[in-house]
Design a protein around this ligand. Structure first.
Ligand code: SF4
Length: 428
């Protein structure tokens, strides 16, 4: 039996937030290497070299698919039995692999050495390796390192670790004025939509991090105000704050209301008038509300249960409850950053059971007892739960799919209504 620690807190508005129960038991989550799949698509001149085992190679290869026509932008330097037994010099081997890679691929401008469980077990110091390789290749490529290990982490932490590794290398902000920074990987189409909306409001000094190319890294310093686009970037936010940037606390840009509130925080901070803000969001917000209406018919009153996986669970629960009328049976999340999630927690009914961490057997029992209409969980739990008659949604799909912003609100709702419609068809 794992320790269960209930925590009830008052939020800044004086209302009572839902109770948060902490569990520390067996967990069922992917490791941080998974983040490479969306990060390598975003930063188009970066290469992710996993220093790991054949298992690590298999994980990212099968998760990302095999690219036949393009040169891949991720790979694995395999640590084999000789390295694990301490018979070979893993550093020498790593230098050889990196040298071969960079000679063959001069297009790589940013190289990440990504740590794994095996590299941590043999205590291979990748920060020293990155330093050494920067000395050798620094004029043509920047070498950074972070850990994607599955030891005590969950899969979205890979992005946090990657971005947190980049922040100390960002150029210092030189201009006096304020600038807006949107932090967290967004699909290019979503980034373009947000940039357009900010520009229409008159906020023109706006950067997105990570950028599409490593040569376009944003400058940061006092006067930088940042909005988080993802709720799993605690370390990245801390690094940005250490450079003098200021976090703008807001709900996350999911759904019509979440996106409005997220944009509004920037508008307020940058002195945009109420009229300009309202005029800017009027048409796209109307489209989002229209797109959500048809999904509300399917989802209203349905009960949903979240197993902890992506760290998107709290914002998603808020969206599904406030914008689509779903009942929240239990909301599990691997980690809960209270300050970043406060605006979301304020909108979740105080009676909702929120669980931080996991004890998978106990949670499965609670899920069976609650008999939800829809279960959001990792791949490992989805098939057994489907076999028991539950309707499931893979949490990882919510990270791979563009879901932020007004124009994606309908698609996001569809990710939840489709499995229910499919189940109805199967039993009809
Ligand atoms: S990093 Fe660890 S958990 Fe992830 S694939 Fe490699 S061995 Fe498995």
């Amino acid at each position: 039996m794992s320790p269960v620690i209930p925590i009830r807190q008052e939020n800044s508005a004086g209302c009572q937030s839902p109770e948060v129960v902490q569990e520390r038991g067996q967990r069922e989550v992917f490791c941080g290497l998974t983040g490479i799949i969306w990060l390598h698509r975003k930063i188009q001149d970066a290469f992710f070299l996993v220093v790991g085992s054949r298992t690590c190679a298999h994980l990212i290869q099968s998760a990302a698919g095999v690219m036949i026509f393009a040169e891949p932008r991720f790979g694995t330097a395999i640590i084999d039995e000789r390295d694990l037994a301490g018979l070979a010099d893993a550093n020498e081997e790593l230098d050889r692999v990196v040298t071969e890679l960079l000679e063959r691929r001069p297009d790589i401008k940013l190289l990440f050495l990504v740590g794994s469980c095996p590299s941590e077990v043999i205590k291979l110091d990748l920060s020293r390796a990155a330093y050494r390789l920067n000395t050798q290749f620094g004029s043509s490529v920047n070498v950074l390192n972070y850990s994607g290990s599955g030891i005590e982490t969950t899969f979205t932490q890979g992005e946090d670790a990657c971005l947190a590794a980049i922040v100390p290398t960002l150029p210092a902000k030189k201009s006096e004025g304020k600038k807006l920074l949107v932090v967290g990987t967004l699909a290019d189409v979503v980034e373009d939509q947000f940039r357009n909306l900010f520009n229409k409001m008159g906020i023109v000094d706006v950067d997105f991090f990570p950028p599409r190319r490593s040569t376009e890294m944003p400058s940061v310093g006092p006067g930088t105000e940042f909005l988080l686009a993802q709720p799993f970037l605690a370390d990245t936010a801390r690094e940005l704050e250490a450079l003098g940037a200021k976090h703008l606390p807001a709900p996350f840009p999911l759904g019509a209301m979440g996106t409005s509130a997220w944009l509004e925080q920037a508008a307020k901070s940058f002195g945009v008038s109420d009229n300009t803000f309202a005029a800017t969001i009027e048409a796209p917000k109307k489209r989002a509300l229209h797109a959500l209406a048809k999904h509300r018919v399917e989802l209203n009153g349905k009960k949903i249960f979240f197993f902890p996986d992506s760290q998107l669970e709290i914002p998603l629960a808020r969206f599904l409850h406030t914008e689509l009328g779903m009942q929240l049976s239990e909301v599990g999340t691997p980690y809960l950053h209270r300050r970043h999630l406060e605006a979301e927690l304020q909108q979740i009914p105080a009676s909702t059971r929120i669980v931080e961490g996991q004890d998978v057997d106990e949670q499965l029992d609670r899920c069976r007892a609650a008999a939800p209409d829809l279960v959001v969980c990792g791949l490992g739990l989805a098939n057994p739960l489907e076999a028991e008659g539950f309707t499931t949604k893979w949490a990882i799909e919510l990270v791979f799919t563009p879901i932020q912003g007004f124009e994606q609100a309908g698609d996001l709702a569809g990710l939840f209504s489709r499995p229910l419609i499919r189940r109805l068809k199967l039993v009809a």
